[in-house]
Design a protein around this ligand. Structure first.
Ligand code: AMP
Length: 206
């Protein structure tokens, strides 16, 4: 294996239901591919914690579980993607969440002569995920996290991602991966699926 051969620049998104371990997978895949994992939720939370101007603006919105306005979110993402570590690729997690954001990201990338390469979709049976999360809530003593609430979040996810996925599917970008199993199993499946698309790990071959 020749060093530094990474195939196409990995400009990727990861989409998956709440509770499918998406954040963990995102960090791992990004590391393997040698690109930054960019989670809008994490960036917003860090701003709230540090009480930045942006954090103060978005705190109430986030506390209510609503979406931060597209304009603010798009600006945050384009600023982040402008940073040098994202020049050779990135893995976005939690963005885009609206069709307006999908359009913004397309325009942003095409302005740089770039495009998304793939959308990793973690697929998991809704009932199994609900059961898993219900058990976890019980184990952690989070009795407020009721089955109804968990189910509701799954339904919201399915409803809200459907139009985005339709847009990406019509462009042949969606790579479906079975999201049930251990972290290692899912990571291996993602790795294999990306490998088929020509994305090679930058991790040193031992
Ligand atoms: P997450 O950790 O991805 O669930 O994001 C936590 C919160 O951050 C969400 O509930 C929203 O308030 C905000 N957020 C994250 N990503 C976006 C986005 N793409 N568009 C709008 N709001 C977002």
């Amino acid at each position: 294996m020749t060093g530094g051969e990474t195939g196409p620049s990995p400009r990727l998104l990861i989409v998956g239901p709440p509770g499918a371990g998406k954040g963990t997978q995102a960090t791992q895949i990004a590391e393997t591919l040698g690109v930054p994992a960019i989670s809008t939720g994490d960036i917003f939370r860090a701003n709230v914690r540090d009480e930045t101007e942006l954090g103060v603006k978005v705190k109430t919105i986030m506390d209510a579980g609503d979406y931060v306005p597209d304009s603010l979110t798009n600006e945050l993402v384009s600023d982040r993607l402008d940073q040098s570590d994202a020049a050779q690729g990135f893995l976005l997690d939690g963005y885009p969440r609206t069709l307006q954001q999908v359009g913004f990201l397309d325009d942003y990338l095409s302005g740089k002569g770039q495009a998304l390469e793939a959308v990793i979709l973690l697929v998991a049976d809704r009932d199994e995920i609900v059961e898993r999360l219900r058990k976890r809530a019980l184990d952690q003593g989070r009795s407020d996290d009721t089955e109804d609430a968990i189910r509701h979040r799954q339904d919201v996810y399915l409803r809200e991602t459907a139009p985005l996925l339709e847009s990406y599917r019509s462009r042949g970008l969606v790579v479906e991966v079975d999201g049930l199993g251990t972290i290692e199993q899912v990571a291996e499946r993602i790795d294999a699926a990306l490998g088929e698309r020509g994305f090679r790990s930058t991790a040193a071959a031992s």
